[in-house]
Design a protein around this ligand. Structure first.
Ligand SMILES: Nc1ncnc2c1ncn2[C@@H]1O[C@H](COP(=O)(O)OP(=O)(O)OP(=O)(O)O)[C@@H](O)[C@H]1O
Ligand SMILES: [Mg+2]
Length: 523
């Protein structure tokens, strides 16, 4: 048994004077941060403020241009790289978790981390299994069979498996665990389970750098908070000495637009979208009508078919039976282009894989949906294009305000502003938005809500697929609940509140037992 002595507060990482430039732009200027062991340290700031860049520098993904980093008292050379930094004890769990579906929990945990070998060099499955079980026990999944398929797990369990992988090659070596937005897009009821997991990880003795946009979580689970603004350290305080209101001010300044408090009334009972007994590989007999001006939310647990519904409406999933009608005419999308022609706007959940045009510029990512607005006689008009893109960048507050920047080099939240904003100027009658505010800061979230309302007020129908019940309660006029691909409930009017929806969904997760008390030791 190796115990980590957590009785003496000791820094896990001390970073001072960190500087990073991308080309001529200073992205981090003289930033200091110290994360203690057994401390959950929040790193917060607006989209593009430098959180991911700082995390990536500490983890060795990026080389710093200036400053000093030491981990448990050992100076980390500037060229340590990812492998070198790992050897100092830094581990990262990214928002996308990096799990491979269709593969077992065991393989996901052990791949790339070294299987235990027998004396003749073959994989010692017995020993690898035991190590994997020990890592799973550390994250509260002691009962989980390592042979289970990772895609069959609840979302919070997938987060826990990703953490188990980070701890797999020996907890005694882990000094700092960086958790980058791991609670984005968790189904309701599961956020609590992931926060329990974070508390449990803290008890194991490593320092935890916790990157998030959710202030309730910051107040709930962290001990200390560092706020970045425009690549500079704004403030670093113990969580107990601040308030949510103060955090909003530090992160957003005075930039948070007011969200229109009045729910959009249904302006018409003219149906825009009629879904009649729709059945696909994921949906069963779904019937739903959405009228002009209506914002209809869709809630449900992970795997309920919510995203599948969005993909089907955008021609990305095959319809097995049933029919769709759009503005009174039969609608059978076989391909996204069929949907776009009929006036369907779509924001997919998976921004990296399905949302952005990778390798293309901000300009190209904006204009892909607006080609008809910038072409004349079949040719792109450069002047029109520049004007249009400048307008969209300004309106959505995209940072940097550079139309030629590669979309890859934008922060996650700024990419999301483009994926949502690119449908602004199109004449759409149906908006299908899957987690449109994932990863965006409070100011951008408020402006996306206002934008959704403006679309509905302009006569479009909106289908909002979201894991945030607050979002559904604030923005929607009605919501349906999907369970295993079927519509099981519908809520509207005053009944459309977080408590009722929680009640509906939490009833479905009563089979989740909370993880037992954390252990402070490992084999
Ligand atoms: N590889 C890169 N090349 C050029 N610029 C980059 C690169 N990576 C990040 N940047 C820029 O650095 C700034 C900080 O980005 P970063 O991703 O660190 O922000 P963030 O605080 O994590 O934001 P978000 O909340 O949106 O994830 C942004 O303006 C971004 O455009
Ligand atoms: Mg980021």
């Amino acid at each position: 048994m190796t115990y980590i002595d957590v009785s003496q507060p000791e820094p896990a990482v001390v970073a001072t004077g960190i500087v990073k430039h991308f080309g001529p732009r200073a992205v981090l200027s003289n930033v200091d941060i110290t994360v203690m062991r057994s401390q959950v340290h929040a790193l917060i700031g607006a989209n593009g403020s430098g959180k991911s860049t700082l995390s990536k520098i500490i983890a060795g993904f990026y080389r710093r241009d200036g400053g000093h980093i030491s981990i448990s008292g050992n100076a980390v050379p500037v060229n340590a790289g990812v492998a070198g930094t790992e050897a100092y004890g830094v581990r990262v769990v990214h928002q996308d978790l990096g799990l491979i579906d269709g593969v077992s929990v065991l393989e996901n945990i052990a791949v790339g981390k070294g299987y235990t070998r027998t004396r003749v060099g073959t994989i010692d499955w017995g020993a690898t299994n035991r190590r994997a079980r020990a890592a799973l026990a550390m994250v509260g999944l002691e009962g989980l069979d390592p042979a289970a398929a990772v895609d069959k797990l609840a979302t919070w369990q997938r987060v826990a498996v990703a953490c188990a992988r980070a701890l797999f090659d020996g907890l005694e070596r882990v000094r700092l665990l960086i958790l980058d937005e791991i609670t984005a897009a968790l189904p309701p009821g599961e956020v609590r389970l992931v926060l329990d997991l974070v508390r449990r990880l803290k008890e194991l003795g490593a320092g935890i750098l916790y990157v998030t946009h959710r202030f309730e979580e910051v107040m709930d689970v962290t001990d200390h908070i560092t706020v970045l603004r425009d690549g500079k350290l704004l403030v670093s305080v113990p969580t107990s000495q601040t308030t949510t209101r103060q955090l909003v001010e530090w992160v957003s300044g005075d930039k948070v637009p007011e969200v229109d408090a009045v729910r959009t009334r249904i302006v018409s009972d003219v149906a825009v979208l009629e879904i009649d007994r729709l059945t696909t590989s994921r949906l069963k007999n779904v019937s739903l009508t959405i009228s002009k001006g209506e914002i209809c939310g869709v809630i449900g647990r992970a795997g309920c078919g919510r995203s599948a519904l969005g993909r089907t409406l955008f021609g990305k999933e095959r319809i097995v039976s049933g029919s769709l009608t759009l503005s009174g005419q039969r609608f059978t999308p076989h391909h996204p282009r069929d949907a776009i022609i009929r006036g369907v706007a779509y924001v997919p959940q998976d921004r990296q894989r399905a949302g952005i045009l990778p390798g293309a510029s901000v300009r190209e990512n904006f204009t892909i949906t607006n080609l008809s607005k910038i072409t004349r006689g079949g040719r792109i008009s450069g002047g029109r294009e520049r004007g249009l893109v400048a307008q969209l960048i300004r309106h959505h507050n995209v940072i940097p305000a550079d139309s030629e920047a590669s979309i890859h080099n934008l922060s996650g939240g700024n990419q999301q502003k483009i994926v949502v904003g690119r449908w602004d100027l199109t004449d759409n009658i149906l908006f299908v938005l899957d987690e449109p505010t994932e990863g965006v800061d409070a100011a951008a979230r408020a402006s996306i809500y206002n934008h959704i309302r403006a679309c509905a007020a302009g006569g479009a129908a909106v289908l909002l697929l979201s894991s945030s019940l607050e979002e559904i309660a604030d923005v929607c006029t009605r919501a349906i609940c999907l369970t295993d691909g079927r519509i099981t409930h519908e809520i509207e009017g005053d009944a459309l509140n977080v408590r009722n929806m929680e009640h509906l969904l939490v009833g479905q997760i009563s089979d989740f037992s909370p993880p037992p008390e954390p252990r402070r030791a490992m084999d």
